[in-house]
Design a protein around this ligand. Structure first.
Ligand code: ACM
Length: 268
């Protein structure tokens, strides 16, 4: 399958400009599955709740969802990307997975980073796996990487490929995803953004780029620049993730000892 990642440079709050820039970046690049960053159409470092509210959309029906649907339908592929979702009076930092026929799922970020905790409600559903026919995929968003239970839970449900829209500001994730892939024997596609968001009070956040695809053996298959918008394309065979054998004696999932992991489920 052809996996394509978009690393964009959104302008805070300028949805239509940001969507047009992504459209131009994708151009006619062929893809089976396209992954876009977290909050790719709105930017990330919001000024206040009103701004987040104004940029939010119900799913389906809003401009970002329509954009993703049109991209998927016109190209006959699948598209994953992040948006501010409004539902039941709450705002969520969500990612959509959209196919040629429409929205397949909405994943709401479980682990909220920094000021996200001021605006968003945390996700209310466990991560799930979706079978696209050519790949079984699971969604996680940015800071979810720091909780190995998310990737492990998806691996245990049969995920071959983690779709990981991100807006990374700390330097650790690109290296840590090698471990997530090795410990679970699967692929991970981290689509990050570049640029700086500046709030009205002058506070800034800089994003780290280096979008990447990691293979089940920990190999980095492709990696984008630190500062430039970019598109990355790589052909992968998701079935590689079905072989969890480490040695003739060792299987990544069967070797687990869950009867001794109870502490992981205790609420401390
Ligand atoms: C992040 O979760 N956007 C760092």
């Amino acid at each position: 399958m052809r996996l394509v990642l978009v690393q964009n440079k959104p302008l805070l709050g300028q949805v239509s400009k940001n969507l047009a820039a992504v459209r131009a970046l994708v151009g006619e690049t062929p893809f089976d599955l396209l992954v876009l960053p977290e909050l790719f159409a709105t930017g990330y470092y919001f000024n206040n709740r009103d701004q987040v509210d104004r940029l939010s959309e119900e799913v389906p029906g809003g401009p970002t969802t329509i954009f993703l649907q049109e991209l998927a339908a016109s190209r006959g592929g699948f598209v994953c990307g992040g948006l501010v979702e409004r539902s039941g009076g709450q705002l969520y930092n969500s990612a959509l997975l959209v196919g040629p026929e429409g929205v397949l799922t909405v994943y709401r970020k479980l682990h909220l980073f920094f000021e996200e905790q001021l605006w968003f409600a945390a996700g209310d559903q466990p991560p799930a796996v979706h079978d696209l026919g050519f790949a079984r995929v699971g969604l996680m968003i940015c800071y979810d990487w720091r909780f190995p239970e998310v990737a492990r839970g998806l691996a245990l449900q049969g995920a071959q490929l983690l779709l990981h829209p991100a807006n990374l500001v700390q330097p650790y994730c690109q290296e840590a995803m090698i471990t997530r892939c090795l410990e679970n024997g699967l692929f991970a596609a981290t689509a990050n953004r570049v640029g700086i968001d500046t709030k009205l009070d002058g506070e800034q956040l800089q994003f780290t780029g280096r979008s990447q695809v990691i293979a089940p053996d920990g190999q980095r298959l492709c990696s984008a620049a630190v500062h430039e918008p970019q598109i990355l394309a790589v052909d992968i065979d998701p079935a590689q993730a079905d072989d969890k054998q480490v040695t003739p004696y060792n299987h990544l999932l069967a070797d687990r000892r869950p009867e001794h992991y109870q502490v992981l489920l205790d609420n401390r």
